[in-house]
Design a binder for this molecule. Structure first.
Ligand code: HEC
Length: 146
């Protein structure tokens, strides 16, 4: 009985773990690689976010669009992003990376669209939601970095 259960669990869990790794790895592989660490990438994210906010205040569409583009089309770091957290947290961090990749894409698209049509209040609201997404991941992960 134990053996059957064990085989069943291995049969179910290993493919799930492999599928998950592949998906996170595919996401990273689809991006251009840049010679920088995950933290350096985050510094760029911070600059991009500042550009978005400055652009909205100045009503400078191009500044907002370029800031949004830096986030949407950000390159991958020169290491697998999940190595920054302890081994036991990596599967979970991969899921977070996958989820937030899509969330950031959606939010930056909304910011850029609103700014593109000079809807500055709408752009400000969308930028606030984008910032909330950044903060949500930080709340969960920033202190777990090795
Ligand atoms: C998938 C999770 C995640 C998302 C989403 C995310 N961050 Fe981060 N961010 C991190 C982690 C983890 C660190 C800590 C990295 C380290 O210490 O090496 C960090 C650190 C930072 C830092 C500080 C870098 C430093 O030198 O301490 C800035 C600035 C930053 N993020 C900006 C942003 C902005 C802006 C966004 C949204 C556009 C964002 N991040 C979205 C996970 C995330």
């Amino acid at each position: 009985m134990k053996r059957i259960l064990c085989a069943l669990m291995i049969g179910l869990l290993i493919p799930a773990a492999l599928a998950e790794e592949k998906t996170a790895e595919q996401m990273v592989a689809a991006k251009k690689r840049a010679d920088m660490t995950y933290r350096q990438l985050m510094e760029i994210m911070g600059t991009a976010s500042a550009m978005i906010h400055q652009g909205i205040i100045r009503e400078n569409k191009q500044m907002v669009v370029q800031g949004a583009d830096m986030i949407t089309n950000h390159p991958a770091p020169n290491h697998q992003p999940w190595i920054i957290v302890p081994e036991e947290d990596r599967a979970s961090f991969k899921q977070t990376l996958l989820a937030f990749d899509k969330i950031l894409d959606d939010q930056t698209a909304r910011v850029a669209t609103a700014a593109g049509s000079a809807d500055w209040q709408g752009a400000a609201r969308a930028a606030q939601e984008l910032t909330s997404a950044c903060i949500a991941c930080h709340a969960q992960w920033k202190h777990k970095v090795k």
